[in-house]
Design a binder for this molecule. Structure first.
Ligand code: PLP
Length: 371
């Protein structure tokens, strides 16, 4: 019997073992009292939210975090009895659903709390984490006055119960430690306004957890590095322990031909064979996340690099081969083969972006295979 996912040679291999090791490693690095919140938004940074979450929980994570309520609701179908925090703002009309599904919401404004308080009582209170903007400039209360007012409204609420408070660093992945230190100081100043310390006070993302373990508090929100990817080159240079890459993308040669010199390849004829060339076709294209800007990027075949030539199509692309290979020959698009490795960072540099953007744009059309 074939699984649906066996119909395509292009696949993402996800090593859950790597995720487990990354989770265990950061926990042993940080103070024993610091809990691990596994960030599994955007389908676990493209690695599969539920499988990544289950692996992180097995390794000792005590909470999950996502970006939106619908991401949380999807995970809730598979995983119960574990807190799931929605990091972004949710419309106040969804508070009842969140309470029902035992999903923890992020609260950022007095207006929001007022609108929730006007609703009919929930069966059980909705757990919330209060968001403090200590310098990111995105969401959250910024001043002592704003926070004091927000806390007053929450205290009067029969709908909401405070479970945590957090902030988010904007520059923890940079060389200069000063902006992060300033944010941390502002955050700790505001936290003192809580009449009772919330159960979970947290600030650090992956970069901060790795670079500033002293800011770890009750929990860290560990995202990109759970999957074995460093947040930035600066973090890579200073990283206290190796990360384990969880994702490999592989495919195989779907077609091979010998082309004479001077033949155009792909849309627009933007590449022309300069001599007699072996041209291979791969069943992966920009609809899979192999962006058109990656023309010229190498893949690995026979343990060696071979460049993508010509315009990348929606579902296919062509490479130039050093010599003939049989159809079906394995090709690594992201990952290791022989002594060579193609890292997400190489794509990110070529596309002038960051590894985060690459991993979340591998399309769901690429089956995720768990090893
Ligand atoms: C995405 C996100 C994180 C995780 O960040 P990483 O850099 O991937 O570790 C943590 N906190 C918030 C608020 C986020 O949005």
């Amino acid at each position: 019997m074939f699984n649906e996912t066996d119909y395509r040679p292009t696949r993402a291999i996800i090593k859950t073992e790597a995720i487990r090791k990354n989770a265990e490693r950061i926990m042993s690095y940080l103070p024993q009292t610091t809990q691990l919140i596994a960030v599994v938004k955007s389908d676990g940074y493209g690695h599969g939210a539920v499988r990544s979450a289950l692996t992180a929980l097995e390794a000792g994570a005590t909470m999950l975090a996502v970006a939106t309520l619908d991401e949380a609701a999807t995970i809730r179908k598979y995983i119960q009895n574990i807190d799931i925090l929605v990091l972004g703002p949710s419309p106040s009309s969804f508070a009842a659903v969140a309470a029902e599904l035992d999903i923890t919401l992020t609260v950022t404004s007095t207006n929001w709390v007022q609108r929730v308080n006007e609703q009919p009582l929930f069966d059980k209170k909705c757990k919330i984490h209060v968001k403090i903007d200590s310098g990111m400039g995105r969401i959250g209360v910024r001043t002592e006055q704003e926070l004091a007012q927000l806390l007053m409204y929450i205290q009067q609420s029969d709908h909401l119960v405070i479970d945590g408070a957090f902030t988010h660093f904007s520059r923890a992945d940079e060389q200069d430690a000063e902006p992060t230190k300033k944010q941390f100081q502002h955050f700790t100043k505001l936290i003192k306004l809580f009449p009772v310390k919330p159960r979970l006070v947290h600030a650090s993302n992956s970069a901060a957890a790795l670079m500033f373990p002293e800011y770890s508090l009750d929990a860290i929100r560990y995202g990109i590095s759970l999957y074995g990817i460093s947040p930035s080159d600066i973090v890579t240079e200073n990283i206290p322990f190796p990360l384990h890459r969880a994702m490999t993308i592989e495919t195989e040669l779907s077609y091979v031909k010998k082309m004479p010199s001077g033949q155009p390849i792909s849309y627009g004829g933007r590449y022309t064979t300069s001599e007699e060339e072996w041209i291979g076709t791969l069943p992966i294209g920009y609809a899979d996340g192999l962006k058109r800007g990656l023309t010229g990027q190498d893949v690995l075949i026979g343990g060696k690099r071979a460049p993508i030539v010509g315009t990348i199509c929606m579902d296919q692309c062509m490479i130039t081969l050093p010599h003939a290979f049989p159809e079906g020959e394995k090709v690594v698009v992201i990952g290791k083969q022989g002594d060579e490795e193609i890292r997400i960072e190489e794509w990110a540099n070529r596309l002038d972006t960051i590894p985060y953007e690459i991993v979340v744009t591998f399309s769901p059309r690429i089956p995720r295979i768990y090893k």
